[in-house]
Each structure stands twice: as structure tokens, then as C-alpha cells.
Design a protein around this ligand. Structure first.
Ligand code: SAJ
Length: 439
């Protein structure tokens, strides 16, 4: 029933709106993980793009064709965009026909969205807004933000949303590590303030997106985005809970999951040390924020994932106990601070609470990650440096190179009876002299 209504609503709009001619200027605000690839994709599709970034260092790098983010293909497309002359980096928001907001929505201590960047940029756009302009929000926000927070600010310009200018929410859906491919290939959801707004935004995205573009209203699009990451967070939490259950029952969780997944309608994800990144541990809270009474299972799942670092520390302690040692005074080599496999991003990594917990218990920690350059702690140059004198090896991230670690060699550098806690089941075969703890 509701599907039929939605289709009619948008089909009527599609007839009224013509696609935007590509000579229009697009101002992309925020050149981070999403803004930079989006601005570059638009620029290489022929649009004239102003890329706004407040970080002077990032801006200077871009002007010289350098990127601060490691992503396959990104450097190439940014270089192409800059050298074509279609992408102009700028420190301030410039007048344009279309504005695309790609700023972060950080997370407060109260587990709510901090909309201060979105609000500040929206105010800057409101000051420049002209009739016929289109404002698109890509940042992930709590449902209702486009109409309840952005629209009133934009209307301070004296113009009326939907009549004088267009507004749409077009959430990003790309996975770090395969960002550019997904930017082009994935379907997009466009939520318009009005059908005409959605249609206008579609005309832009369809110039670089190969996936299908689905139109809806702004609040639905906001909820859909948060729902996607909630779906993943809840499913990871279920796998994590199975790790705890299996441990209690003396069962190997990987074996149990592998066998359960032989059912045609069962597809467990993998348990791990907890979830990181700037999306999965955060975005589901935007639903809890807006509907706390209803979202009880989501809250429980988030809490389960957040409790995994504690479980990891318990496993390290358990392993040490097997070889008559304890956390107090132990030296732990921790491998992997990236929040996930083969990326350089350590934001919200579960490694941070794990390190804090180990140290609070009196252990010392040496850290190794071949991908990460920036972390709040010094990193060892190579695996051997990190394991020297360690009692235990704790694997937090499943970087593909860790699968080829030579544990026989590593043990030579460690103390007697080394312990292995592999939170990602990345080590295929554990040599005999190691004590491996079931995760
Ligand atoms: N993880 C597990 N077990 C699994 C899968 C993942 O513990 O089986 C952990 C990872 O190690 C990591 C965390 O979950 O710490 C999140 O990783 P991820 O690969 O699931 O997701 P992100 O955060 O890199 O990207 C997600 C994606 N959302 C979905 O897949 C629904 C991406 O499409 C979104 O665009 C992105 O969030 C975002 O920016 O919102």
C-alpha cells in the first residue's frame, strides 16, 4: 500500500523536473572519506566542483595532488579531478548552484549525535542561498535532522524550502577499503524534502553512479541509513554473543558458526574483539536517541559489542593462567590497531579499550600494525620488535599479512611458553609450543 503511494508521489515529480545542466557549480563541503571521493567523482564526470576543507594541511596536500586517506584508486581520481581543472580546493564555502554537505557527525559522551558541524555549514550555506539552489546532506544523522534542523536554518535566508530551493538527504553507503568501487556501483537512496528535490538530486548522482537511485522522503532516507548500519551492528553482536555462549559451553565458535551457516537461511557474521570505525558503533545510537523506548534490542546489541574488549582481556588473562602467569607484570604484544582488516584507520578501534584494560590490570603492551601510521601510542617497526620479551601475542585486527606470521620464529623472541589469543581466527595453524586460548 505505502509502496504504491510513494511511487505515485515521485512519478508525478519526475515529469515536472528536468535534469540539471552540467555547467552548474557544485560545492562539496568536507573533503574526508566521503567528500573527497564524491567531489572527485563529480569533477571527473564534468561538473565544476569547489571542494571545501577547513584543515589547512589537507588542503595544501590536495593542491599538490596528495591525499591524506589511503584508499585503492583514490589518489588517481583526485589527481585527475585536480588536473582537469574541474575540482578547486577552497578553505571556505563558495557560492554555487548545488551544495553537498559531507562533514562528520561526531558522537557525544551521552551517545547522541553532535550536529555542530552540520549546523555550522548549513548556516554558511544559508548566507549564500539563492532561488533554485539545491542543498544535499550526505552526513549520517538522526532521522528528522534534514527537516527539523537543517530546513529552519536554510529558511532563515528568507527563502522557502521546496518552493524557492531544494533540499535532499543522500546518505553515503560506501565501505572503507573498497570505497571508490562502491561509490560508483552501489544503489543510492535519495530522500527529498519534496519530490522535486529528490528528482533534482537524482539528476546529479546519476552522472557518476552506476547503481540504481531510489527516491523517497528525507526522514525515510535518514532512517534507512541508520538501519543499514544497525543491521550490521546487531548481527555482529549476535556473532559476538555466540562467542561468549560457545566459550561457556566449551564449544569452538568458528566451527559452530561455519556449520550453522550451512543452513540455507542462516548467515552468521564473525565474532571479534568489538566493532570500530566511525559508523557501526555509532550510527545505531542515532535510532536509540530518537526512539529509546522502541529500540531496546539495538541498545543491547551495541552494549554487547562495546563489552567485547573486556571479554578479550579475560581471554588473555585465562591464557596466562594456563602457563602460571597473570596479567599483572605480563608483557603483551598486540597486533593490529586498525579498526578492521587491511585499512589504515584506527578510529574507534577496539584496540584502544583493550590496551587501556590490559594496562589497568598491570600488564605492559607493545603494539604493531603494518597499515596504521597515526595512533595515540608509538608503534613497533616490525613484528619481531613488538614480540621481543612478550608473554602473549594478542591479535586484534585480521590484516591479511597476519595470516602468514611465522609463529615458530616469533616464539624465539618471546618468553617461555608463549600464549596466543587470536580474536579473529586469522592464524591457520598454531605451533605446539604455543598455548592458544579459544576465543
Ligand atoms: N566486524 C566484525 N565482524 C564481522 C564484520 C565486521 O567484528 O563479521 C567489525 C569490523 O572488524 C569493524 C566493524 O565491525 O571493526 C565495522 O566494519 P564493517 O566492515 O562492518 O563496516 P564499516 O564501518 O567499515 O562500514 C560500514 C558499512 N555499512 C554496512 O555494511 C551496513 C558501509 O557500507 C557504510 O557506508 C559505512 O559503515 C558508513 O560509513 O556508514
Amino acid at each position: 500500500m505505502s509502496t504504491v503511494r510513494t511511487l505515485r508521489w515521485f512519478d508525478a515529480a519526475a515529469e515536472e523536473v528536468h535534469s540539471i545542466p552540467q555547467e552548474e557549480t557544485i560545492c562539496v563541503i568536507g573533503l574526508g572519506y566521503i567528500g573527497l571521493p564524491t567531489a572527485s567523482a563529480l569533477a571527473t564526470s564534468g561538473w565544476s566542483v569547489i571542494g571545501v576543507e577547513v584543515d589547512e594541511e589537507i588542503l595544501a596536500g590536495l593542491r599538490a595532488g596528495r591525499t591524506a586517506i589511503e584508499e585503492p584508486g583514490l589518489r588517481l581520481i583526485v589527481k585527475a579531478a585536480i588536473s582537469s581543472g574541474n575540482l578547486s580546493p577552497s578553505a571556505t564555502v563558495q557560492p554555487a548552484d548545488v551544495y553537498i554537505i559531507c562533514v562528520p557527525t561526531p558522537f557525544t559522551a551521552e551517545k547522541t549525535a553532535d550536529l555542530s558541524y552540520v549546523v555550522s555549514v548549513t548556516k554558511q550555506i544559508a548566507a549564500l542561498l539563492r532561488p533554485g539552489n539545491l542543498v544535499i546532506l550526505e552526513s549520517t544523522v538522526p532521522p528528522g535532522t534534514t527537516t527539523e534542523v537543517m530546513l529552519p536554518i536554510l529558511e532563515e535566508s528568507g527563502l522557502t524550502g521546496g518552493d524557492d530551493f531544494y533540499v535532499a538527504h543522500c546518505p553515503e553507503r560506501v565501505i572503507p577499503g573498497n570505497l571508490l568501487n562502491e561509490l560508483i556501483a552501489n544503489d543510492r537512496i535519495i530522500g527529498g524534502l519534496t519530490p522535486a528535490s529528490a528528482e533534482k538530486a537524482k539528476a546529479i548522482y546519476q552522472t557518476f553512479v552506476d547503481g540504481r537511485i531510489h527516491r523517497t522522503d528525507a526522514t525515510t532516507a535518514e532512517l534507512v541509513k541508520a538501519m543499514e548500519n544497525t543491521y550490521r551492528a546487531v548481527n555482529i553482536a549476535l556473532a559476538n554473543e555466540m562467542a561468549l555462549v560457545s566459550h561457556e559451553l566449551g564449544v569452538e565458535v568458528d566451527e559452530a558458526i561455519k556449520l550453522a551457516n550451512r543452513h540455507p537461511r542462516v548467515d552468521f557474521l564473525s565474532p571479534g574483539p568489538g566493532v570500530g570505525g566511525h559508523c557501526i558503533p555509532i550510527d545505531p545510537w542515532f535510532i536509540v536517541e530518537k526512539a529509546p523506548e522502541a529500540a531496546t534490542m539495538i541498545r543491547a546489541a551495541l552494549e554487547r559489542n562495546a563489552a567485547m574488549p573486556r571479554y578479550v582481556i579475560e581471554r588473555v588473562s585465562e591464557g596466562l593462567a594456563v602457563v602460571d602467569k597473570e596479567l599483572e607484570g605480563a608483557h603483551i604484544a598486540l597486533f593490529g590497531v586498525a579498526y578492521k582488516r587491511d585499512v589504515d584507520d584506527a578510529r574507534e578501534t577496539p584496540a584502544t579499550p583493550i590496551i587501556a584494560g590490559l594496562e589497568a590490570a598491570g600488564a605492559s603492551v607493545a603494539i604493531y600494525d603494518p597499515y596504521v601510521n597515526e595512533y595515540y601510542r608509538p608503534l613497533a617497526e616490525d613484528p619481531l620488535e613488538a614480540v621481543r620479551g612478550a608473554d602473549a601475542l594478542l591479535i586484534v585486527t585480521d590484516h591479511s599479512s597476519f595470516g602468514a606470521l611465522d609463529l615458530v620464529e616469533l616464539a624465539e623472541y618471546m618468553r617461555e611458553r608463549p600464549v596466543l589469543v587470536d580474536t579473529r581466527s586469522i592464524i591457520p595453524l598454531v605451533p605446539e609450543r604455543w598455548t592458544a586460548v579459544r576465543f
